[in-house]
Design a binder for this molecule. Structure first.
Ligand code: G3I
Length: 352
């Protein structure tokens, strides 16, 4: 994909590199009609995306309007997961995911498919029944062929294998690892490629934005898979950060080493939570965090997208999981853009 980023002059690159809190968020009094994240992203080679909550999309007109207006790629937050598409064995429910794909098409958005093999949000019939390894392998193969086949030609990139390593870089203990051994990952990519040869196929995980044993494990896995001829095309860094743990200082170095392997990279689920209540310092630090990841993406050749895991606090998964934490997205619950929103937009504008 031709990208203006490849042609960034030293001055523009230097500006992006040194840009930090110095970038004062600008909140124009009256936004022009096309003053959006997606118009700012035009010409950067990076798509700007959001996870979509299908209930909110159906019931909340403001949510729907912003989702269509601001982003040019979308990811289903839940409706393509195995438990959602095949709640009863052999009976598929594609309707909510089809609705998302239709919404994306009518708004000129690409879709990131999420996710094919994972340890979480699997249907209970799959996890509670005692299947033999051979049966589990057949079930996983069929699931991937059916789901990727159903959406063939309509999905830009799939998160094929999600969260397969522990923090120390060892393989995560899942039903797949136990029954099938580590080769299940290569198999999953081969089956996905068979079902849709044009889709870009990604590994995806959290806590891999910086240099660490976990990101090392992905780096080594990608080298190994590519040596074996496995069709792995990209590495997704989720980007679920928390202010109290600090921002990842080695993110650029990390993205650069994957870039040098020749695979695509993407930030796939960015949100930055904080201990509540929010205050101006936390809000400014959050904006810096959103900008830090985006700058890393813009500064390498093959980083193709930057997706936020929900754009409004109104529907964020964070408060339900981390007690006392929240305010993790670029818009407030009542849809006011935060400094993080303006930092994203200004950073994109600088790169375009
Ligand atoms: O659909 C049921 C609904 O029928 C039921 O009434 C309700 C009662 O709790 O639960 C609903 O399911 C919830 C589901 O989201 C859909 O809304 C689950 O309880 C809830 O646990 C589930 O949470 C999702 C979580 O993944 C599950 O692990 C979050 O919305 C979603 O944001 C989150 O996303 C993950 C990514 O897929 C992978 N990376 C981490 C990220 C954050 O955890």
């Amino acid at each position: 994909m031709p990208s203006i980023r490849n042609k960034l002059g030293a001055a523009a690159t230097g500006t992006l590199l040194t840009l930090g809190l110095a970038l004062a968020p600008t909140a124009p009094a009256a936004a022009a009609a096309d003053d959006t994240l997606r118009s700012a992203a035009r010409g950067t080679g990076v798509r700007i995306g959001t996870a979509i909550d299908m209930t909110a999309l159906a019931e909340d007109a403001t949510y729907r309007e912003i989702a269509g207006r601001e982003f040019n790629t979308v990811t289903p937050e839940n409706v393509m997961k195995w438990e959602a598409v095949e709640p009863t064995r052999g009976t598929y429910n594609w309707a909510p995911a089809d609705q998302l794909v239709d919404f994306a098409r009518s708004h000129g958005q690409k879709v990131r498919g999420h996710t094919l093999v994972w340890h979480s949000q699997n249907p209970s019939w799959l996890t509670e029944d005692a299947f033999t390894p051979a049966q589990l392998r057949r079930l996983l193969r069929q699931h991937i062929l059916d789901e990727v086949g159903h959406f063939r030609g309509r999905i830009w990139a799939w998160d094929v294998a999600n969260e397969v390593f522990n923090e120390d870089g060892t393989p995560r203990d899942t039903i797949w690892l136990r029954a099938l051994g580590p080769g299940y990952i290569a198999d999953a990519f081969r089956w996905a490629h068979q079902a849709d040869p044009k889709a870009k196929l990604f590994l995806n995980d959290y806590n891999v934005e910086w240099l660490s044993p976990k990101s090392d494990a992905y780096y080594n896995l990608i080298i190994q898979l590519r040596r074996q001829g496995v069709p792995v095309h990209g590495f997704g860094m989720q980007g679920h950060l928390a202010l109290q743990y600090g921002l990842p200082t080695t993110v650029l170095e990390n993205v650069q080493r994957f870039d040098a392997l020749g695979v695509q990279t993407a930030f796939t689920e960015v949100d930055i939570r904080m201990q509540l209540p929010a205050d101006p310092i936390k809000v400014a630090a959050q904006a810096e965090g959103f900008g830090l990841l985006l700058r890393a993406c813009l500064l390498v050749r093959n980083c193709v997208s930057y997706t936020v895991w929900g754009f409004t606090d109104k529907y964020s998964w964070v408060p339900g999981v981390f007690q006392g934490e929240g305010s993790a997205t670029p818009y407030t619950e009542d849809y006011q853009p935060k400094p993080a929103y303006y930092t994203l937009r200004d950073t994109l504008r600088l790169a375009s």
